[in-house]
Write a protein that binds this ligand. Structure first.
Ligand code: NAD
Length: 733
């Protein structure tokens, strides 16, 4: 079955339809590219063909390139993968250039055939790079469609001509949010930005494309950059305005990425160098930088975790094989910060929600949270009055547990207190249908313990959201000792409905994410106690690409929460509790009322408006800064290894059963260095032997928490990598 087909009408207009069999979204494969090229060649060679409409047989145009293509191009090149990639990429460039020049005479630029991209819906990645090579882009007025070049978000950049063409079309400044941030737009916004040329009613799409073809003149087919005297909008690098753009852009990108993302740097280089040379040379430069990025292990790891494995987990890679468990009516117990957020994301996904709190006022306040989010969306033009009313109508705020009748899933988000949780579990189960699944959103209490309050422990599970619920993409599903397969499937199907990414882990103290985050925070605090300069601690973390330094993170999550967790952990662990030095600092801060952002005082100082203004200058008075400061690398190793070793222990102990979940969960759950692809990908990048060596140095200097786990030592001895040993099917692209 072909991926592209062509049909010619009586007026000589050829419609090439992209419709990959068996897929809901078109993605470009090597075979597809060859088919498209053959159809374009045939149309250009056929004297009866007047022009070409390139469109899709699906509701969307295309989602991008099949990222397995990259792996295939590398593989096929054998000993010289960089050459294989470069030549493979240049084939895409050549096809697009062929579309762009459309058979016109190279000198007079006459005699070409008009080629129009007619986009019915979403057009992403190469699904926009090809249209950018067409002579006109006409999009259907479909507000759900997303148009853009999101490559940067998975660690690459638009390297099949999209970078060079967009910069030449919009100018480097206007193109930058689309290239550097992967910004997506609906068709109307894409038209205002100048990415698409025209937006028409969906039922007019093909008719308008044909009309344009029949009316096109030779001059309409010549791209600005192929015209004499072309000047880049906003100015090329040595133009006074362009100079400002390029100097500013380098500083901005470095400031935002801390230099840890090879794709951002390569993209800037491709844009800068490409702006200095003629168009075809710019395309070659783009392809060379793209090759360099694809050869970088960071890009491969990011593609693997943030694209391939994230998608695999979302599609149910670890779902037990039981019948569909889609949620139709959800109960949420506790309408506080988390419960209100969970109610919103569920209602927004079309699920009926019963939101219960102890008082009607609290329940209503929880529902008002949804209204506030929707109002913000309306201000940004993303939500209509009608869709707002529809979402709000899905939420019934009440104190009455009887309203849970008919709910097939309940998520409990009341106070973090086992007695309160036990009470609401019993009350809810009395009102719920027999088969309903009961989930707790606890962040610290073991699931198996809470399940004791349930009459149906096999229907009891943890569904752990992160705050703020509407923004954080990860959901950690936790199996208690007795949790059954239907409960797991229910949780996974629910997460899929609300379009988030799930990981499934076994029950243990702090599950997976918090188990790794807490030692990260603690290591930062421990360093304060040791006299390490706080700015060194924070900057060391940021230079690793972590979104927040450990001290800022504890300010955000609140220092009294840290105190509470520390006390509970100490009570549970007794003499083995290792964090006394951390607690001294934490408790001293709490005693002074420095509880973090919410108190406008913590490790950081805050101004009258609550804005963070800098590290608190009282820290040095309490914990004098040592004259002897550690090397940046040592601080970074400590910060990274405390998290990574915890992830390895979680795998060793069977809390994690799939390293893909460990990697995806770390990036989405707490922003663990996305450039690394996650803790296991990072270990594979540096190698287990080097990791053990770093651990030995840290253990000698800082103690047993850095002792390399047996699993890591074993891997070092055997020269194994995590992905080869634990996920052989999920090799990096
Ligand atoms: P919160 O204090 O904002 O909300 C708790 C809500 O539960 C309050 O509205 C309270 O009135 C209500 N409640 C208490 N007892 C009740 C009862 N008997 N019946 C009905 N409602 C009752 O707390 P939160 O931050 O939303 O946390 C809720 C749960 O989610 C906790 O278990 C917490 O550990 C967990 N959690 C919190 C976060 C976070 O970042 N805050 C993240 C993940 C998980």
């Amino acid at each position: 079955m072909p991926e592209f087909t062509a049909a010619q009408d009586a007026d000589g207009v050829v419609t090439i339809t992209w419709d990959v069999p068996g897929k809901s979204m078109n993605v470009l494969s090597l075979e597809g590219m060859a088919e498209l090229e053959a159809l374009i060649d045939a149309a250009l060679a056929d004297p009866a063909a007047r022009g070409v409409i390139l469109t899709s047989g699906k509701k969307d145009f295309a989602g991008g390139m099949d990222l397995n293509v990259i792996a295939k191009m590398k593989e096929d090149a054998g000993a010289d993968p960089a050459r294989g990639l470069f030549e493979g990429i240049m084939r895409f460039h050549a096809l697009e250039r062929k579309i762009e020049l459309a058979g016109m005479d190279p000198k007079s630029k006459k005699g070409g055939k008009p080629i129009v991209a007619a986009l019915p819906g979403t057009a992403l990645g190469i699904g926009l790079e090809i249209p950018l090579a067409c002579h006109r882009i006409i999009a259907a007025d479909n507000p759900k469609a997303k148009i853009g070049l999101p490559e940067i978000l998975v660690g690459i950049f638009p390297g099949a001509g999209g970078t060079t063409r967009l910069v030449r079309k919009l100018g480097p400044m206007a193109a930058s949010p689309f290239l550097l941030e992967g910004k997506l737009s609906d068709p109307q916004r894409a038209r205002s930005a100048g990415i698409v040329d025209e937006v028409v009613a969906p039922n007019q799409l093909l008719a308008r494309a044909k009309e344009w073809i029949l009316g096109a003149t030779d001059a309409d087919l010549v791209k600005p950059w192929d015209q004499k005297g072309y000047k880049m909008p906003g100015g090329a690098p040595y133009h006074p305005a362009g100079f400002m753009t390029f100097v500013g852009a380098s500083a901005m990108v470095l400031g935002k990425t801390m230099g840890v993302y090879p794709a951002a740097k390569a993209l800037l280089s491709a844009v800068y160098e490409g702006a200095l040379v003629p168009f075809d040379a710019a395309l070659r430069i783009e392809a060379r930088w793209f090759t360099k990025v694809l050869m970088n292990p960071s890009s491969s790891a990011m593609i693997r975790s943030l694209f391939l494995n994230k998608e695999a987990l979302e599609k149910g890679a670890n779902r037990p094989a039981v019948a569909d468990q889609k949620v139709s009516r959800l109960g949420v117990l506790g309408a506080g910060m988390m419960g209100a957020g969970i109610a919103y994301v569920a209602a927004n996904a079309g699920i009926e929600v019963v939101l219960i709190d102890a008082t009607q006022e609290a329940a209503d306040r929880g529902k008002a949270h949804s209204e506030a989010i929707l109002d913000k969306g309306m201000k940004r033009g993303k939500v209509t009055a009608e869709s707002k009313a529809k979402v709000l109508a899905q939420i019934a705020a009440t104190t009455d547990y009887a309203a849970l009748a008919g709910c097939d899933l309940v998520v409990e988000a009341v106070f973090e207190d086992p007695a309160v949780k036990a009470e609401v579990t019993a009350k809810a189960e009395a009102a719920l249908p027999e088969g309903a699944i009961f989930a707790t959103n606890t962040s610290t209490l073991p699931i198996s313990g809470l399940a004791k309050a349930s009459k149906r422990p096999e229907q009891f599970i943890g569904i752990h959201f992160f705050s703020p619920v509407d923004k954080m993409m990860l959901v950690e599903i936790i199996k208690g000792r007795e949790t059954g397969q239907v409960a797991v499937a229910k949780a996974l199907d629910f997460v899929r409905q609300i379009r988030k990414t799930p990981i499934v882990v076994n029950d243990a103290r702090f599950f997976y994410a918090n188990r790794c985050i807490i030692p990260y925070i603690n290591e930062g605090i421990r360093m304060v106690a040791e006299g390490v300069e706080p700015a060194l601690i924070e900057n060391a973390a940021k230079l690793l690409g972590l979104p927040l330094g450990p001290l800022q993170l504890v300010d955000e999550t609140s220092i009294d929460l840290g105190v509470k967790i520390a006390k509970a952990t100490k009570a549970a662990m007794g003499a083995a509790y290792p964090d006394g030095a951390v607690d001294e600092v934490l408790f001293a801060m709490a005693d002074r009322g420095r509880l973090g952002r919410k108190a406008a005082a913590g490790f950081y100082a805050y101004d009258a408006g609550g804005k963070r203004s800098g590290l608190w200058d009282g820290l040095a008075g309490l914990w004098p800064v040592s004259p002897d400061q550690p090397e940046l690398t040592e601080v970074q190793h400590r910060i990274l290894l405390v998290q990574v070793l915890e992830a390895v222990r979680a795998l060793e102990e069977g809390v994690l059963t799939d390293i893909r979940e460990g990697d995806v969960g770390a990036i989405l759950g707490w922003g663990f260095c996305p450039w690394s692809g996650g803790p296991f990908s990072w270990l594979d990048m540096i190698g287990a032997a080097r990791a053990v060596e770093i651990c030995e140095g840290l253990e000698a200097a800082h103690g047993a928490r850095f002792r390399a786990p047996g699993l890591l030592r074993d891997m070092a001895e055997r020269g194994e990598s995590f992905y080869a040993r634990f996920a052989p099917g999920a090799q990096a692209a």
